[in-house]
Design a protein around this ligand. Structure first.
Ligand code: PXL
Length: 428
């Protein structure tokens, strides 16, 4: 997937297009950038802003639009009326989701949208927005209204489909975002971290663009963005002499799982082994005790025609079933920390046995009633029932009334699992 960020260059890489590339990369999305203005700034101050010429802006936009498929666009800093007019004329007929993040002042207080450009901004940039993400100060600047709900309605009346005003209420350590969609409104709250930072606004709107590019709902996009920003502030770095720069720490485990998921999706004809209940791929911390200790995919790996696509994000607690299975195996074999489920197929089991894998199974119809009634206990029961002295490579069951037959493949880490999956499914 590809997203285009149109905005200012920030040499400190805390905000602007440099920051957006980081957010896109963190989500495995390719980022294009069109520079509207070159700011000279660090964590203490902005010393110069130089807008690019209309000619350069037009040429940059044309270069990107004429060559690449684009799944979403984010518009950040635009600085002056000339830039606003070019962006409007180039994007007004574009059909992909557009996220507008109004940038009026820098973190350190410098003007990033000229006063003389505000009128054109409201007339030409706001109406491009499928969603606009002002903070409460930017919302007031656009609408002239302090009241959150009325301000959002006014901005919507300028032509933005959805309006999200961030950082609206602050009570008992919480920070809230007010969301006004076309036909509903709601508030999403989260914990406030009292760190003055550079980058959180860009992280928020870029994360929204990622979710919309992936086809998620606005509600999910806002939830995901709030979580992403929370993590990026919590993990912010004081690398300069002034404010901290937000940073999203992608753990080695997350990266390893993400790489292996991509590898899995590229295995020839792999869509044929995705079961009805879809596939999850998990990687646990050392000594996992609870589901939150296990990375998994929040929406699973799903079959879409002959392709396998990732639905949702890699998160701790992302898989209930496969996560439970790996915790259970790990209790007896602490080296085993990764697993993936595929559709039951006797040919795969035969191949596993021929390959001298340790293949175990259990019979779901023999599960005691008590265990069946408890949510998720079937897997714990089945796995612990099947385990013997040898660390398992494969555990399967042939299903029960209303329960789909399934194969689980285990390994030390995601690459180990992928090696086994590749070997077992190579006949497809
Ligand atoms: O965080 C907003 C922002 C966006 N884009 C650029 C910036 C800033 C804030 O300083 O400099 C280029």
């Amino acid at each position: 997937m590809n997203i285009l960020s149109i905005g200012g260059s920030d040499p400190s890489s805390g905000a602007g297009i440099q920051s957006d590339i980081k957010t896109f990369s963190n989500h495995d999305i390719y980022g294009f950038t069109v520079v509207t203005a070159i700011t000279s700034q660090n964590t203490r101050k902005v010393t110069l802003v130089e807008p690019v010429s209309a000619k350069s802006l037009i040429a940059q936009i044309d270069s990107i639009l004429s060559d690449f498929h684009i799944d979403a666009i984010k518009i950040g800093m635009v600085y002056n009326s000339q830039i606003i007019k070019v962006i409007h004329s180039k994007l007004r007929k574009i059909k992909v989701p557009i996220v507008v993040d109004p940038i009026i002042k820098s973190t350190t207080g410098a003007i990033l949208l000229k006063k003389s450009a505000l009128r054109d901004y409201k007339k030409m940039i706001v109406p491009l927005a499928d969603v606009i993400t002002p903070n409460k100060f930017e919302a007031k600047a656009l609408s002239g209204i302090s009241n959150t709900k009325k301000s959002a309605k006014k901005i919507q009346s300028m032509g933005a489909k959805c309006v999200i005003i961030t950082g609206t209420t602050l009570s008992n350590g919480k920070i809230s975002d007010f969301v006004l969609e076309e036909s509903k409104e709601y508030v999403i709250s989260g914990k406030k971290i009292p760190i003055k930072n550079h980058g959180s606004g860009c992280n928020y709107s870029a994360s929204i663009a990622v979710s919309l590019a992936k086809g998620n709902t606005m509600y999910n996009a806002v939830k995901t963005a709030k979580d992403y920003v929370y993590q990026s502030i919590r993990n912010s770095k004081k690398i300069g002499k002034g404010v901290s720069i937000t940073h999203k720490n992608i753990s080695n485990g997350m990266r390893e799982l993400s790489d292996s998921i991509n590898h899995f999706k590229q295995i020839k004809n792999i869509y044929k082994v995705i079961p009805e209940c879809q596939t999850n791929f998990v990687f646990a911390k050392k000594n996992p005790k609870i589901i939150k200790d296990v990375l998994g995919i929040s929406g699973r790996l799903v079959k879409s025609g002959k392709e396998v696509v990732t639905a949702g994000e890699i998160v701790y607690g992302g898989s209930q079933h496969v996560g439970t299975a790996v915790i259970q195996v790990n209790k007896k074999f602490p080296k085993i920390r990764s697993s993936l489920n595929i559709k039951y197929n006797p040919k795969i089991i035969a191949k596993a046995k021929k390959s001298k894998f340790t293949v175990l199974s259990y019979d779901r119809s023999k599960e005691p009633k008590k265990s069946k009634q408890k949510e998720n206990s079937s897997i714990s029961w089945g796995i612990s029932n099947s385990l013997n002295a040898k660390s398992p490579d494969v555990i399967y069951h042939k299903g029960d009334i209303g329960k789909e037959a399934m194969i689980l493949i285990f390994g030390k880490n995601p690459s180990d699992v992928i090696q086994k999956v590749s070997k077992l499914t190579s006949f497809h």
